[in-house]
Every structure is written in structure tokens, then in C-alpha cells.
Design a protein around this ligand. Structure first.
Ligand code: FMN
Length: 301
């Protein structure tokens, strides 16, 4: 029996860990490599309609406690991404992440991801450092609802919406996804943040602010998933600061049916999924849990 099997709605996963968007997933071969390392699926880098350069260096900083980036959604554009998807899809389950500036553009990108063989599409409604995209759209429930419903009308694969923690109306945004017909919510993307170097008297990132990820954001992510569990009845995928099986368990017990790992993969490599899987199996055997489902949301009871 595979105790680690789970499902995000109709997307069945042999293992509950998924590579988060933006982490070693810019090319087909890198996504394929991640899939062979114990992840149940991989989310692609967020892709837009046309090629986009990112923000200038420095755009990334890693400390022991947190990581901050302002990559600015660099990507080759949806048409050029076809061949990367073809390589990745041959190796396993790929969720195609897209970003756009309007509901119609989201719908069109999602249609292409479906054509390329994506198992689901993840709408990036949450990037905190790309003007006109991401979080700027994902904090307006009416906009979120129309993006999700227009995308649902355009594709037959499941539609996941990735949410931002940079709001006090997360529950309303989650409900807007559900009302629009969304199949799952993914929480959380990075927190809008800044790091200043005292010697320079200036912000470190060229973009000045960026998105905080890594160990420091786990309690924020767990709280977000816990709140969403009470607000929506569609599946929840947890993400933010997962480095080991105990972190993953917090998200599952808060209400997630699967989880994504980002910063820890770039710090520790794809082998992290095998070690999380081994830890989960050991914990489940010790505490008598037969499936991920058995543990989902139990912190609410
Ligand atoms: C370098 C970097 C690039 C990222 N790029 C994307 C992206 O393209 N699309 C997206 O939805 N999230 C992106 N993210 C956010 C992650 O997918 C994830 O939601 C966030 O980092 C929190 O998880 P973590 O603490 O495990 O890293 C990026 C994160 C990092 C660190």
C-alpha cells in the first residue's frame, strides 16, 4: 500500500510533494530531473504570453532563515515554452503555471498549457514583484473570480489558483476562486519584503522590494492554509518554508492535501523530496495514519 498517495481533486499523485513554481523548472530537462527525485509533480516557472526579461541583478539573496527574490517573472514566452513542456511531460506530471494581465489572456495561456500536456494549470495571482501582474490582480475578489471562470470555460484540465498572503481578505479571495469554478487553491506565494544593506544605505535588491520565502514564512503559510480550510471546500495545496516532513505535516494538518517545496529545493537539491517522503512514512507508521487523507485538516478537530 502506498501511504503517500494523494489527490488534488482529479489530479492523482503518487507522492504528496510538488516542486513549487520558479525553482529549477525553467527547462524541460530540469523539470524532468526534479520528477525523477521523489516529487509527485512539478509546477513550471510562471509563463506569460511573450518573452520577458527579469529584474537586473542583484535579484536574489539567501540567508539561513529566509530567501528573498525579485526575479520579475523572466520567461521565454508561451510559444517557446512548448518544447520544454514536451520534454517535462514525458517524464511525469507537470502543472503549467501562467501569469497574465487580463482574464482573456489567462484563459488563452491556460489553453496552450493544456495543449502542451499539463495535468493542471496554476494561475499565478500572487507574484509580489511584477508590476501589473500577480498580486496586483490577485487581491481583488471580483477580478479573481472572473480570471478563474474565464479560464475554466477555456480548458478541460483542472484550474488551480495560487494566492498571495499579502492581503487581509484571503478567505474572500479563496471563496472567489471557488465561486469562479476553480479546482484548487495553492497558498502561499512570497511575502512582499525588503532588505537594506546599512553600509550602502540602500535596499539590496535592484527592484528594492521582493518576495520573502524559506523557513521564516512557514507559520504564515500554515495560518493561511488553516484559514482557507474554513473558507472553501475545494482542495488546498500548501507551500511556504517546507524543509522537512514535520513542516509538510503542519500544512497537511492545517488542511492541505498536498504541498509544494520551493526555496528548500534550491538550497538542498531535489533529494529533499526523498527525505521528506521517508520522514512522512516513518511518522505515519508510528502514529497509525494510513493515508495523507487521514491527517488532512485534523488540526481543526
Ligand atoms: C527564486 C524564486 C522564483 C520564484 N518564481 C515563481 C514563479 O515564477 N511563479 C510563482 O507562482 N511563484 C514563484 N516563486 C514562489 C514559490 O513558488 C513559492 O510560492 C514561495 O517561494 C514559497 O515557498 P518556499 O518557502 O518553499 O520557497 C518563486 C520563488 C523563488 C524563491
Amino acid at each position: 500500500m502506498n501511504r503517500l498517495a494523494t489527490a488534488v481533486g482529479s489530479v492523482k499523485l503518487k507522492r504528496p510533494g510538488i516542486v513549487a513554481s520558479g525553482i529549477l523548472d525553467e527547462t524541460g530537462p530540469s523539470m524532468a530531473r526534479m520528477l525523477s527525485g521523489g516529487a509527485g509533480a512539478v509546477v513550471s516557472k510562471s509563463i506569460g504570453s511573450v518573452a520577458k526579461g527579469g529584474h537586473a541583478n542583484p535579484n536574489f539573496i539567501e540567508t539561513g532563515c529566509w530567501t528573498m527574490n525579485a526575479m520579475g517573472l523572466p520567461n521565454p514566452g508561451i510559444d517557446a515554452f512548448r518544447e520544454e513542456m514536451e520534454v517535462a511531460v514525458a517524464a511525469g506530471k507537470v502543472i503549467g503555471s501562467v501569469y497574465a494581465a487580463s482574464p482573456a489572456e489567462f484563459a488563452s495561456l491556460a489553453g496552450k498549457m493544456e495543449d502542451y500536456g499539463a495535468a493542471a494549470v496554476e494561475l499565478n495571482l500572487s507574484c509580489p514583484h511584477a508590476a501589473g501582474f500577480g498580486m496586483e490582480m490577485g487581491t481583488d475578489p471580483a477580478m479573481v473570480r472572473s480570471i478563474v471562470s474565464e479560464t475554466k470555460d477555456a480548458v478541460s484540465i483542472p484550474v488551480w489558483a495560487k494566492l498571495t498572503p499579502n492581503t487581509h481578505i484571503l478567505a474572500s479571495i479563496g471563496r472567489a476562486v471557488e465561486d469562479g469554478g476553480g479546482d484548487a487553491v495553492v497558498a502561499i506565494n512570497t511575502l512582499k519584503a525588503m532588505h537594506i544593506v546599512p553600509e550602502f544605505g540602500k535596499p539590496f535588491l535592484s527592484n528594492r522590494f521582493g518576495g520573502l520565502s524559506g523557513r521564516a514564512i512557514k507559520p504564515v503559510g500554515v495560518r493561511a492554509v488553516f484559514d482557507l480550510r474554513s473558507a472553501v471546500s475545494i482542495p488546498i495545496v500548501g507551500v511556504g518554508g517546507i524543509y522537512g516532513h514535520r513542516d509538510a505535516l503542519e500544512y497537511i494538518m492545517a488542511g492541505a492535501c498536498a504541498f509544494q517545496v520551493g526555496s528548500a529545493v534550491s538550497e538542498m537539491g531535489p533529494g529533499i523530496f526523498e527525505s521528506i517522503n521517508a520522514g512522512l512514512k516513518e511518522f505515519m507508521a508510528e502514529f497509525g495514519y494510513k493515508s495523507i487523507k487521514d491527517m488532512e485538516g485534523i488540526a481543526h478537530e
